[in-house]
Design a protein around this ligand. Structure first.
Ligand code: HEC
Length: 466
């Protein structure tokens, strides 16, 4: 309500952009930073103890890849999350910043140390040529692994909090925010996932840096890392169940829609079967590596790689959806309206208190334009007009292409939160419902795209401009 709306009509407002950037970030962070560093440190340590120069050299080469990817694409997408959330959901990231100020500040320090450590670790690798120096170098790897995990641990606190803030809703205390009910299960789940995919990544990379089936370096990596994959998979399933059991009941009700989308909700059971198969494939690959390390060809590892990417992206999408209609559970809705304000706004009207709108009250002359502002404030953080997740298409699905009835639509707005629990209640008064309906009816015929403040500029009501 207090920010001009940046809006991209064909991309459901733009939230998809946050999603894409965040998914790339997590797909780099979990397997490479959190998963691979401890495994590469372990390889270096083993090489040092058993005098295996070949393993040491391999660990160094893979570290180079991880170093480049995490400090470029990894770090840039991290900044991208800040940028895209500030643009598309400034109220959400702003509230989270106020709650987690010190957590995020600590995370920033840890992240900076992580970048410095990875540089130091990689760049001094060859210089560590005496046993004494090597021991120090390995210690550096351990600290780096801890720091990488810690960055994730701090950020997961924010993610867990968003779905279920626990006691914070009563106490508003930072400690309660940091230790919200979903924190530990989610952290455990992500740690197991990171180790499993980290092992698969190192395993896969080894195939590029070694030649020949019977190569002893390759056999060592496959034999060891298949055990890591298997163990992490078992933990992943256990922690997954723990996590699932902690998710608030009303959010689980969203899960069928969340995992796919409304049209495909009936596919829920098929989806779960697919999930089972995915776990099965990880299991087969790991068992194959444990029992016959020489037999697994390079291409076979592509299957778990793609399944891993699919699984993690889908997990993030489902988690984000299940949280709906909230940005912060039971506190702040996805359109930036606080739960406490809704009754007031329904009584007084949202236009009256929003900063960037053209009209304060709805009249018969300004109805459609005022309706557009109501759409921007109440719906545009999740819906486009005619593009992705477009409201026109949603109403068409309910009423058919021609049978839209203004009274029925108004009725729908009045009960949207009850009938579709993943949507917030309509945050405006009766006249604003009429205005929104008029705007929607108009958009159905004209299909004119709506543009956001970034191209239209801002509009201020008469009372303010004068
Ligand atoms: C928190 C995000 C969010 C907000 C805010 C939101 N919606 Fe939705 N809405 C959704 C989602 C998600 C769906 C279901 C999409 C799907 O899978 O088809 C949906 C579905 C709908 C449907 C189809 C009916 C149904 O129950 O599935 C209509 C109509 C609709 N929205 C209208 C609106 C209008 C009008 C507004 C603004 C007053 C609004 N929505 C605000 C997320 C939201």
């Amino acid at each position: 309500m207090d920010f001009p709306s940046y809006y991209l009509d064909h991309l459901a407002g733009g939230r998809l952009i946050i999603g894409i950037i965040a998914c790339i970030h997590v797909l780099i962070n979990h397997p490479l930073a959190v998963g691979a560093y401890p495994l590469l440190t372990y390889m270096e340590w083993w090489a040092h103890r058993h005098g295996r120069k070949d393993l040491d050299e391999l660990a160094r080469k893979i570290t180079f890849v991880v170093f480049i990817v995490t400090t470029t694409a990894g770090a840039m997408t991290g900044v991208g999350i800040w940028l895209s959330t500030s643009v598309f959901a400034p109220f959400g990231i702003g509230s989270l910043l106020r709650v987690f100020f010190f957590g995020w500040f600590a995370e920033w320090l840890v992240f900076i140390s992580e970048v410095v450590l990875i540089m130091a670790w990689f760049l001094t690798w060859k210089k560590a040529d005496t046993p004494e120096k090597k021991r120090k170098h390995i210690r550096l790897g351990i600290i780096l692994s801890v720091m990488s995990w810690l960055t994730m641990a701090l950020i997961v606190a924010v993610l867990g909090f968003m779905m279920s803030p626990g006691d914070w809703n009563q106490t508003r205390a930072f400690v309660d925010a940091m230790t919200a009910p979903l924190y530990l299960p989610q952290l455990a789940f992500r740690t197991a996932f990171a180790l499993m995919t980290g092992a698969l990544f190192v395993w896969f990379a080894t195939f590029f840096f070694t030649k020949g089936k019977d190569n002893p370096t390759r056999t060592w990596v496959v034999a060891r890392l298949s055990h890591v994959t298997m163990t992490s998979l078992i933990f992943l399933l256990m922690f997954g169940i723990w996590y699932w059991l902690r998710i608030p009941q009303e959010m689980k009700a969203n899960s069928a829609v969340a995992l796919l989308s409304q049209d495909f909700a009936q596919w829920h059971s098929k989806f779960l079967t697919l999930l089972g198969w995915t776990a099965g494939v990880f299991c087969v690959i790991a068992l194959g590596g444990m029992t016959a390390p020489r037999l697994i060809p390079r291409w076979a590892l592509l299957i778990p790689t793609f399944l891993g990417i699919w699984l993690l992206s889908h997990f993030e999408r489902a988690r984000e959806f299940m949280r709906k209609p909230w940005v912060i559970g039971n506190y702040l809705y996805s359109n930036g309206i606080r739960k406490d304000e809704v009754a007031f706004l329904q009584h007084e009207g949202i236009l009256k208190y929003a900063t960037y709108v053209k009209y304060r009250t709805v009249t018969s002359d300004n109805k459609i334009e005022a309706g557009r502002d109501v759409f921007m404030l109440a719906c545009s953080r999740c819906h486009s007009t005619t593009g992705l997740n477009g409201v026109v298409e949603k109403f068409t699905r309910m009423y058919g292409p021609d049978e839209w009835n203004a009274a029925a639509m108004k009725g729908f707005l009045g009960s949207m939160h009850q009938t579709s629990t993943f949507m917030p209640p309509f945050p405006g008064n009766d006249a604003e419902k009429d205005a929104l309906v008029a705007f929607l009816l108009e958009t159905r015929t004209t299909r004119t795209p709506v543009s956001g403040a970034q191209s239209e500029g801002i509009s201020l009501p008469e009372t303010l401009t004068r």
